[in-house]
Write a protein of this length. Structure first.
Length: 152
């Protein structure tokens, strides 16, 4: 009712859960249809006494044992791999002096498959190419057509 300019119908937004971030921000995760998504994505909407930004909520399941995606630790058949240094140990096995050690990955872009890009990162980095590929695949498997690059 507070967002009359968006022409939303009753029931077009379904609340799912509240996510509290490390900085104590509260994010309301909602489910919407494709038309409503196009209307509210990357806009500000009024909820109660707040004016809130909207963005996509896309996640990837990551194994804490092997640091790979799309499965959980209880289903893992891989080897123990540290997400910080890619060594054969858990993250607890990394000494404090080694916590800034990065993994260097060589990957190729779809724009230029012959050009290799080397990037230093950890497997926990949000810009990790493998994570971005999984998130892109999850967006494509959603009922709407994802367009553009809005990664942060």
């Amino acid at each position: 009712m507070q967002n009359t300019e968006l022409n939303l119908t009753k029931g077009s937004i379904t609340a799912k859960f509240i996510q509290v971030t490390n900085r104590k921000y509260r994010n309301a995760i909602v489910e919407v249809g494709a038309d409503t998504r196009r209307t509210i994505l990357h806009r500000k909407i009024k909820i109660g006494w707040q004016i809130c930004k909207t963005d996509e909520y896309v996640t990837a399941t990551r194994c804490f044992k092997c640091s790979k995606f799309n499965h959980r630790t209880m289903d893992c058949r891989g080897e123990v791999t540290c997400p910080l240094c890619a060594g054969p140990h858990t993250i607890k096995g990394v000494k404090a002096s080694q916590r800034n050690v990065n993994v260097s990955t060589v990957w190729r872009t779809t724009d230029n498959p012959t050009k290799a890009i080397t990037e230093a990162h950890t497997a926990l980095d949000k810009r990790y190419p493998s994570l971005q590929a999984v998130l892109d695949r999850n967006r494509q498997n959603t009922e709407y057509q994802w367009q553009g690059d809005r990664r942060k």
